[in-house]
Design a protein around this ligand. Structure first.
Ligand SMILES: [Zn+2]
Length: 494
């Protein structure tokens, strides 16, 4: 019978005297699951918001808003997210929301986070000041705002009027931590640094409430402040560390702003600018994570990392491209050559398949995870929650099966194996966070971060991957989640 010893928060060699014994009855134990790309406070807040994913019409979206209105505290906002109007016959418009919410301000973020749908009470908060460079304010024939803002106009409105308070984020993240633990998550790479998540996590950590390990991003434009403070990547402790700088090369698939080799899309950062950022960041001790969706954006990002390699490679900085969604064949081997990690989201492939078939018709290298691994790339898997659910097992199933509904696999030639998906979820994110010597394997001396599953993903039939349940989660030798499955008896023993 295989046995795992946990002692002093780490995997041990021999059980200490008086050790408590837990019989897992043949269940499967794996290193803890990571989410290498998550907007944790935003996702946590989303757990309480109106969710409009897969809502098929405007009227059904409005009905969900009406249902949620009574729970809005006096003076508060009704926030929602997840709508996609591609198949709607009526476009999003403020009038439809005003009919059910004449007084409470309503702000509904689209699924790709690039459009904001507001009612008149919300629009009134801006006093007519809606325009922003790089943004779109949709207007009717009379020149009045329809209630839909896009790109910079959406983000500016959100940042000025709709952002949650720090207390709201802390409160929501407390619940988020419970849900994450129930899904086997022991570590995350957070992307909400711009929103203040470092302070959110610090507050939780001060009260001993932080139950997963955090590798925190900060916006690249804060580099001068970090340099002034003398703060370098890795500062923090076992649970919470500042890790890397984040910036954007281009837009997204959903809003048709991804930058493609055919010249379409939006360029947010040029190749030269990124090279400069990578050099300056390296000089100050920081790796960079750059969002790149389109094939042109990915090529430019790899060019920049390569051009600046003399500055960062000798320091061993762990650079990464976030998403790497559409790649020209020429770029596939370049991840291995440059040593840049592809930080991908397996679940995006089945979620985006219809959109990708339409907008990227004829492009073979979309969501080409299997091909990337074949060409030697290091892949880390995340969810981009709240864009997808924070649920690594779902991501693993998506990577292997390339479908999450009843349809056949989408571009199965780009599937990964279960072992590859687990490696991208349990091992590589730990490497990115410079934790390969203490996380990602269950051998003596490593931190006791693990998950107990009801079956072994490697040996179970592939169609069962979507049914695997998390029975327990442990971080640093303490259980952060124990399911009510009676067989374990973890709670009864002492
Ligand atoms: Zn993201």
């Amino acid at each position: 019978m295989p046995r795992l010893v946990v002692s002093g928060g780490r995997i041990g060699n021999a059980p200490p005297p008086g050790a408590r014994r837990i019989d897992l009855a043949g269940r499967c134990v794996l290193p803890g699951l990571n989410d290498a790309h998550v907007h944790f406070p935003t996702w946590s807040l989303g757990l309480r918001q109106v969710r409009l994913e897969d809502v098929p019409s405007r009227s059904e979206a409005v009905a969900l808003v009406a249902e949620a209105l009574p729970a809005v505290p006096p003076g508060g906002w009704l926030r929602g997210l997840g709508w996609r109007d591609a198949g709607w016959t009526e476009p999003p418009a403020r009038g439809a929301l005003d009919a059910v919410a004449p007084d409470v301000p309503v702000a509904l973020m689209s699924r790709d986070y690039h459009s904001l749908w507001l009612n008149s009470a919300a629009l009134a908060r801006a006093g007519g000041d809606l325009e922003a460079p790089g943004g779109v304010v949709e207007r009717d024939e009379q020149g009045e705002p329809t209630g839909v803002l896009r790109e910079n106009a959406a983000w500016r409105f959100r940042d000025r009027h709709v952002l949650p308070s720090l207390d709201e984020m802390v409160e929501a993240s407390r619940e988020g931590l419970r849900v994450a633990a129930s899904r086997g998550v022991t570590a995350i790479h957070d992307k909400d640094g711009w929103l203040g998540s470092l302070e959110v996590f610090q507050r939780l950590h001060e009260r001993d409430e932080l139950t997963l390990r955090v590798w925190q991003s900060l916006p690249a434009e804060r580099l001068p402040h970090l340099r002034a403070l003398g703060l370098r990547s890795g500062f923090g402790d076992d649970m919470l560390r500042v890790g890397y700088l984040k910036l954007f090369m281009d837009g997204t698939l959903g809003s048709a702003t991804a930058r493609l080799l055919d010249g379409s899309g939006v360029e947010i950062t040029t190749r030269e600018q990124l090279e400069e950022v990578v050099r300056e960041a390296a000089a100050a001790g920081w790796p960079v994570a750059v969002h790149a969706i389109g094939d042109a954006a990915n090529r430019a990002a790899l060019d920049a990392f390569e051009a600046a390699a003399g500055a960062w490679r000798p320091l061993g900085l762990r650079q990464r491209i976030e998403h790497a969604q559409l790649l020209d064949d020429a770029e596939l081997p370049r991840f291995e050559e440059t040593g840049v990690t592809a930080s991908v989201q397996f679940s995006h492939a089945p979620s985006d398949r219809d959109l990708a078939d339409r907008l990227w018709e004829g492009h073979r290298g979309a969501y080409a995870y299997g091909a990337l691994i074949e060409r030697g790339a290091r892949l880390a898997n995340g969810s981009d929650a709240p864009v997808e659910e924070l649920d690594p097992l779902r991501g693993i199933a998506a990577g292997v099966l390339r479908t999450l509904d009843e349809r056949p696999a989408w571009r199965p030639e780009h599937a990964v194996t279960v072992e590859q998906a687990l490696r991208a979820t349990c091992v590589e994110p730990a490497w990115l966070a410079r934790d390969e010597h203490r996380r990602g394997r269950l051998v003596p001396g490593m931190l006791a971060d693990l998950v107990v599953l009801d079956r072994d993903p490697v040996s179970c039939p592939p169609h069962e991957l979507r049914d695997i349940r998390v029975l327990a989660t442990m971080v640093g030798g303490s259980f952060t989640h124990v399911s009510d499955d009676p067989f374990l008896g973890i709670c009864d023993e002492s």
